[in-house]
Structure formats: C-alpha cells, structure tokens
Design a protein around this ligand. Structure first.
Ligand code: SF4
Ligand code: SF4
Length: 260
C-alpha cells in the first residue's frame, strides 16, 4: 500500500509519506470523525515542507510568508485523492486539510515521519519543524506497524525562549478588537505583526535544515508586513494570505503597533 501511495505522490516533491491503521490514531474530534471518515481503516500521512529562508526584517510567522498554505494543501490533496481513486476505483479516499479528526502530530510520528519536540511540533530529520502535516483517509487496509514515538532531547531552549508561556503569542496576535497592554508590549518587543515562531527558531533541530523544493512556497513571499504593503493589497489578494482570514482591520492594527 505504501508503494501505491508513493506512486500517487510522484512529481509532487513530497518525500515523507507514511501509513497507519486507523486504530493507532487518537481521535480528537469525534463528531468530525463520525461525519467524515468513520468508514476509514487507514490514514495516509505526508509532510509538506514550507521553509524557504529567513530575513532579519521578518515580522510575520514563517508559515505566513508565502501565500496561504491551505490552498496548496487542498489542491495537493485533491490531486492525490484523484490518482488514488483512479488506481483503486473500488476504494474510498478522503483528504482532510487543516481540520483533522485525529491527533496528527503523534500520528505522523508513529508513521515514521519525525520526532516530537517539547515545543509540540513534529520535527522531521530533513526539514525540521517547518512542515505541514497532510492526511488522506482510506478504507484500504494497511499492514504497517506503528513506530514507537521518539522525542527531542529536551534541551529546554524553546521553553526558556518562550515570551508568553501562559497564553501563546501566536494566538494573541490573531485576536480581534483592542489589544491588552501586555499583548501590545509583547508584539512590539518581539517584532511580530502575525504569529510567533520563537520556539521553532531557537530549536537546534532547525539548524541547517533543507529548503522546501515546492515552488508554491517560493512565490509571492512577504517577509515584512508594512502599511504600504497592506495598502497595496486588494481585499481579494488579502484573502490569498494566511493572515487574511482575520480581515484587514486586525492586520492594520498590528502593523500600526509596530510602526508607532
Ligand atoms: S509560538 Fe511563541 S508564544 Fe507560542 S509557545 Fe512558541 S515561543 Fe511561546
Ligand atoms: S528547543 Fe530543545 S527542548 Fe525544544 S523542541 Fe527543540 S530540542 Fe526539544
């Protein structure tokens, strides 16, 4: 079954693919699972690396530098499902992008795609933690034995560097309305208009990682959100960015804060 999956991913620049029997996975959203893939016997997991480079002026999360990854994940998933369906017409396949019913980090680790860091990220040997995890559920039966989960070496760098352990700064930057004084101070101090990558940038596993071979993540990159860049972006263009779902007003507020 793994060979079949690898064949479906050919020419997509996706190198890390694994399969797990569904009973090995932890269901974290039972109603979503019941509605979408209760018939599944296995799940195909794959990694999409997104890191291209970093720049000192960057003020948004690395995942938000290219256009919105959801569009890439959805179209990739559609292509793979179509190919699998063509090869196995009597079987069922369903891709899930960004709203998984299973605990995907531990599933990806059990599928042999990486280890789990104290920063709760999956860490891949080649692309570090800058990877998205994709899933395709199927009623094909897999015989792969889940791997024992391995963890990072607990150096403590992510914990020590975290600026906001009680309430993740990444989520705080995405809040609507007026920002609390403490949040505004954190955003200024850590120079972020969207997200936070600190627990990833300090992780030694992310040193000397490979850059993504996937074209999508190299196109139309924005490292620094400025008033000029936002003003030059139409509402339609804004919708193509990972931060676009929070609408212009929130992004405007965050940029203004950094430029005051
Ligand atoms: S993203 Fe930032 S604030 Fe959130 S846990 Fe990591 S370092 Fe802490
Ligand atoms: S920074 Fe250290 S403790 Fe944190 S995930 Fe990386 S290796 Fe683990």
């Amino acid at each position: 079954m793994l060979d079949l999956c690898k064949c479906a991913f050919r020419n997509e620049n996706i190198e890390y693919i694994g399969i797990l029997p569904i009973e090995s996975c932890k269901i974290i959203n039972q109603s979503l699972y019941d509605r979408t893939c209760a018939w599944a016997k296995s799940v195909i997991l794959f990694l999409v690396p997104y890191y291209t480079e970093d720049k000192p002026e960057r003020n948004i999360s690395l995942y938000a530098v290219p256009r919105d990854y959801h569009s890439y994940m959805a179209s990739l998933s559609d292509r793979i499902v179509q190919r699998l369906q063509y090869m196995q017409p009597d079987r069922r396949f369903r891709g899930m992008a960004d709203h998984s019913p299973i605990a995907e980090t531990s599933a990806a680790a059990m599928a042999g795609l990486g280890i789990i860091g104290d920063n709760y990220r999956l860490i891949n040997e080649k692309y570090g933690s800058y990877v998205f995890i994709g899933e395709i559920f199927t009623d094909m039966v897999c015989t792969e034995v889940p791997k024992e989960i391995s963890f990072c070496y607990h150096c403590g760098a992510c914990r020590n560097a975290c600026p906001s352990p009680d309430s993740c700064l990444s989520a705080l930057t995405q809040q609507k309305g007026e920002l609390e004084e403490n949040t505004a101070a954190l955003m200024k101090n850590y120079h972020t208009a969207w997200g936070c990558d600190i627990c990833q940038t300090v992780c030694p596993y992310n040193n000397d990682i490979e850059k993504t071979p996937i074209d999508f993540f190299w196109q139309d990159r924005i490292f620094e959100l400025t008033p000029e860049i936002l003003d030059g972006m139409s509402d339609e263009e804004l919708k193509t960015r990972a931060f676009g779902w929070r609408k212009r007003k929130t992004i405007e507020r965050n940029i203004k804060l950094l430029t005051e």
